[in-house]
Design a protein around this ligand. Structure first.
Ligand code: ATR
Length: 282
């Protein structure tokens, strides 16, 4: 097998941690290859994807703001990408661009690993946020059979659009109803950018949550967000956002380089060091 190169496409893309992940696996598995950042401005993304076969890359991850454009470039997206109308993983097959969405997989794989029994008896969940990440999470929770999902968002109309899209079992709720919804929920997921460094804090009072509830924050800078710290302080199970990032990378690496890599403690340590986080390993 000849030298293979993959990339992460975004704009801006300098902050992307994907190269760290894939380069770690390439070195660990002694595979000859490379993984680089590829900044593509919005006005060039359609042409870039159309000519992907001539780019020299065997595949790519796609990040903000290009996941929708990546989906549109696909003739045969996988069912998850087709539903979310967003793709984050691309590869060439017989010269044709193929793609899938692994955000749903990454979210669930990390939750399964962190709290193996989370789905047992889980009834209702609260998803905070109504952007692309929130939609992927709602999709994931429906896939796992959650009966009731409340989408709570600052802009209620965006939450309502998600509720309408997914139908039965998914409801939009205003931010001020959060305390009541949390009392019912066995899982709450932060899919907003609140709590991320440089962003406002996420002010959620967890004291009404049941003692066996789970708090999942997809923010990973900082790793230990105030939300997770508050969950741990209450004895709730806290799931951080780094694992989702690591797991969503697995299927792409396997497609491009032919080996399914592992999300190990060593990999997590590499990312933690880069994030400058002293955070606990959950
Ligand atoms: P993504 O597609 O990556 O999920 P997004 O579409 O920008 O990103 O969504 C960001 C989420 O964070 C939204 O739910 C947003 O709420 P609005 O829909 O009301 O904009 C939420 N968010 C960002 N800043 C916020 C703030 N200061 N207060 C409350 N919610 C905020």
């Amino acid at each position: 097998v000849s030298f293979r190169r993959a990339c992460v496409i975004g704009h801006p893309v300098a902050h992307s941690r994907s190269p760290l992940i894939h380069k770690h696996w390439l070195a660990e598995l002694k595979i000859e290859g490379d993984y680089v950042r590829q900044d593509v401005p919005p006005e060039q993304i359609a042409a870039f994807l159309k000519n992907f076969g001539g780019s020299g890359f065997v595949g790519a991850n796609v990040t903000v703001p290009h996941k929708e454009a990546a989906f549109r470039a696909l003739k045969r997206p996988d069912p998850v990408a087709a539903h979310l109308k967003a793709a984050n993983t691309l590869w060439l097959e017989n010269g044709e661009l193929n793609g899938m969405n692994t955000d749903v997989y990454g979210f669930l794989a990390h939750l399964d690993e962190s709290v193996p029994d989370w789905n047992r008896g889980a009834r209702s969940a609260v998803v905070l946020g109504a952007g692309g990440a929130a939609r992927a999470i709602v999709y994931a929770l429906i896939q796992r059979g959650l009966e009731k999902i409340y989408v709570v968002n600052r802009t209620l109309e965006r939450a309502e659009a998600i509720a309408q899209e997914f139908g039965k079992g998914v409801s939009a709720a205003a931010w001020n109803t959060l305390p009541a919804k949390l009392r019912e929920a066995s899982l709450v997921v932060n899919a907003t950018s609140l709590g991320m460094s440089g962003q406002p804090q996420l002010d959620v009072d967890l004291k009404r949550m049941r003692a066996d509830s789970i708090v999942y924050d997809i923010v990973y800078v900082p790793l230990e967000t105030p939300l997770l710290a508050s969950a741990r302080a209450r004895g709730l199970r806290a799931v951080d956002g780094l694992g989702m990032l690591l797991h969503q990378a697995v299927p792409g690496f396997e497609k491009w380089f032919g080996v399914r890599p592992k999300v190990s403690h060593a990999l997590r340590a590499v990312l933690l060091q880069d994030l400058g986080a002293k955070g606990r390993a959950s």
